[in-house]
Design a protein around this ligand. Structure first.
Ligand SMILES: [Zn+2]
Length: 234
């Protein structure tokens, strides 16, 4: 009897208090808000989306001609953002990815530098890895961006072709060749002449995004712009 009252109370309270703040664990009433205002303000916004020559964009100079690139937040160790991205990547928290994508989308939507966009393409995961995880976290982020900018998410036009060999014994151009071979275009007709927004969770060296952009530009697409949730300072 006690157990069923507890169960009842649990489902009852879930109904009215759908979840807690992902940051501090305090109650959040609304289902579509994942962080309380205090935690939300803790996220270190970069301001890169409206900044030409921002550090993310600079990291692609001389490598691949992307029209614009930006990350929404700075990534630091032991931070709230690291916790959120960990939940998204390893704990099955796809809704968090959509929410993070919405934050990227709202920053991106106010920037002329990120127009035009025709389609949103998440950086593909290796199919085996995606099967194991059950989803591609970049696609969750792309879904959130799509809901803000009202452009379609395209997840089946390009794929990760093979496991990338170990990079350590290779020089930079060999590494790049190795990475470029890692992508295969499946539906060129879907990509051709489109302004593409390529999406991922975190940018560190940008090597994978560089290789994927190069493959997209070879289709050819009209342009590639890159948006990520987080930027790691090396
Ligand atoms: Zn909070």
């Amino acid at each position: 009897m006690m157990q069923s009252i507890q169960n009842y109370w649990h489902s009852f309270s879930r109904l009215f208090f759908p979840h807690l703040c992902e940051g501090c664990g305090t109650d959040i009433l609304s289902d579509d808000v994942l962080l309380c205002p205090h935690c939300f303000l803790q996220l270190p916004t970069t301001g890169f989306f409206s900044a030409p020559d921002n550090p993310v964009e600079q990291s692609f100079y001389g490598r691949v001609p992307v029209a614009a690139a930006a990350a929404a937040f700075y990534f630091t160790k032991h931070s709230l953002l690291q916790h959120l991205l960990f939940q998204l990547k390893y704990k099955g928290h796809q809704k968090l990815g959509i929410w993070l994508g919405e934050q990227v989308g709202s920053q991106l939507a106010t920037s002329n530098r990120f127009q035009p966009i025709d389609i949103i393409v998440p950086l593909p995961l290796h199919p085996k890895k995606e099967k194991l995880r059950g989803y591609n976290q970049a696609a969750c982020i792309g879904q959130g961006i799509s809901s803000i900018v009202h452009k379609p998410l395209v997840t089946n036009a390009i794929t990760r072709a093979k496991h990338t060999q170990t990079q350590t014994q290779k020089n930079r151009s060999e590494r790049w060749q190795n990475m470029e071979d890692a992508f295969t275009v499946l539906l060129p007709e879907v990509l051709q002449h489109q302004h593409v927004l390529l999406v991922d969770d975190v940018i560190t060296t940008g090597a994978t995004l560089e290789a994927c952009s190069a493959v997209l530009l070879s289709v050819p697409v009209a342009s590639v712009r890159i948006a990520t949730v987080a930027y790691t300072i090396l």
